[in-house]
Write a protein that binds this ligand. Sequence first.
Ligand code: FES
Ligand code: MG
Length: 579
Amino acid sequence: MTSKALADLRSRRWFDATDMRGFAHRQRIQQMGLRREDVLERPIVAIINTWSDLSPCHAHLRERAESIKRGVLMAGGMPFELPALSLGEVMVKPTTMLYRNFLAMEVEELLRSLPVDGVVLLAGCDKTTPGTLMGAISTDLPTLFCPAGGMLSDRYLKQGEPARVVGAGTHTRMFWDEYQAGAICDNEWVNLEAKMTRSPGTCNVMGTASTMVSMVEALGLALPGATAIPAMDSAHVRMATACGERIVHMIWEDLKPSRLLTRGSFLNAVAAQMALGGSTNAAVHVMALARRAGVALNLDDLDAMARRVPVLANLFPSGDRLMEDFHYAGGLPALLNRIRAHLNLDELTVTGQRLGEAIAGRESLDDEVIRPLDRPVSEAGALAVLRGNLAPEGAVMKTSAASPRYFHHVGKALVFDNPAEMMARCADPELDCDENTVLVLRNAGPVGAPGMPEWGGLPIPKKLLARGVRDLVRLSDARMSGTHYGSCVLHISPESAVGGPLALVQTGDLIELNLPERRLQLRVDDAELARRRAAWQPPVSPYRRGYIKLYQEHVTQAHEGCDFDFLQDAIPSTEPTIF
Ligand code: FES
Ligand code: MG
C-alpha cells in the first residue's frame, strides 16, 4: 500500500515554507487561535459543507460537520470546514441542475486553492452529491463522501381507511393528482402540507438523492452501510465521526479517487442503480462522474445492466417502502450482497477493503424490502435506453415506474413548446386528448430550458384526471424527479434547442414507443422531416450575460452527462503557484 510521510503532505507547501509566505500562512493560522503545530504536524482535512438555511434536507449538516471534526482530531488530523454552494432541491429555481456544474467548479477550486490534504464531502440532496464529487475527482485528493441521510418516515391516516406509508416527493404528486380530480378537499390539501417531510434529511424514497448516495457507496467512496442511515438516527452521528477518522488514514495511505474509480467500480454503481430501481437522473450524473474519472461509460452500459439486474429494492416510487425500512433491512451492503454475481468484487473502497470483503455476510433482514432474486419488484428492469429517429443519441425511461399498458404504444402527439403553455392547456377542460395521446414537451433540455429541469413528468390534463386517467405516454428533453412515476420518456438527445428531431414534431403526428425493442419513432417520412428541418429556426436565448450564458455555451448533451465541455475530461487540476 502506498503511504505518505508528513514531509510529503500537500499542505506543507503552505505551512512549512521558510520564506515570507510560509511565515504569513502560519501567522494567519495563529490569528484564528490555533497553534503552529496544529498545521505543521497534522494532515489538513477539508469538510465541504453544503448546509444552508434554505436547504431543508441539509438542515442538520452543521452539527454533522462537528462530528466529522471530532473524528479528524481523534485520528490526528486538523479539520477545516469549507461552506459550498447549497443546492436545496425544490427551493432553487428553475432547477438545481443548472448549478450542479457551478458547485463542481467551486469544490474543485476550493480544494485546489487552499492548503488541503484530503476532503470529506458532506452532501446528499440530489445535485449536491454529483456536484461535490465531480469537483473532488478532478482535484484527486483523498476523498470520502459523508451522506446526509434520509428524513424520517411518515404515515397518512384518514378515518375509516387503513394507514398509508407516505414518502417525500412521490406522495406530493399523488395527492396533487387526487386533489385535482376532486378526491381531496381544500382543507385536507392544506393539512397535507405538514406531512411527508418529518425531519431534516433527504427524500426518504428512492429518488435522486437516495440513488446518488447509494451509487457513491457502490463506487467505493462512502463507508459501507452509510447511505441508508436515517439523518436523525444516532448512528448517523457516529457514522460522521467515523468519516472524520477514516479520511485521516486515507491521507496517509494516499487513497485517492484515481485509485478507486475504474470501469469496474462504475459498473458496480450502475448495478446498484438498477437493483434499487433508482432515479433516471443518475443516467446523467454517472456519465459526468465517469468522464471526470477518465472512465469509458455510455448509455448502452446502463441498458445492458438494467436487462441483467432485477429491481430488488421495494422502495417508492417503484415499490411501496421507504429508506428507513431499507436501513432496517440491511441497507445497501445487503442489497449488493444479493446481486454480488453482477458485481466486480475486487474493486477497492475507502475502507481499504475490496468491495467483496465489505459486503461479505451482509444478509437481507427483511425480504419484503430487499427482495430475493426470484421475486423482483419489477420484471421490466429499472431503466431502458431508447433510440430511433426521435432520439438518435438516446433517451431514457424508468420502466419500473411506468404502466405496462404503454410498453408498446402508438399515439397522436400533443406538443407543448414551453411549460407555461403546457400548464395552461392541460387545465383546459376542452383539450383535445384521450388516454392514447402522447404528450410532448420540448425546449426543456440542458441548453433550451436551460438546465434540463424536472419538467419531464408532464401533468395529466385535468379532463383526463376527472375520468380517472393517472398515466399517459409523455416525451421530453427534460429530466423527471426521481421521486415521480409514470410512462415518461426523458433526456431525449440531442435536445430540441440544438436542432434535435424533437424540434420537428407537430401536434397530430404519430409516435411509436416500443419498449421491448427499445425504439422511439416519429412516424413521419424523411422528406417531410427534411422540409420541416429547412424551415426550423433555433430559439433565441434571452440570457446575454453571466453564469447562464456560460452554461448555455458550454453544457454538453444529456447522454454525455451535461458537464461543461472544458471540465469534463480527466485532465488533472493544476496545483497553484505559491508566491
Ligand atoms: Fe432534497 Fe429531495 S428535496 S433530497
Ligand atoms: Mg429530486
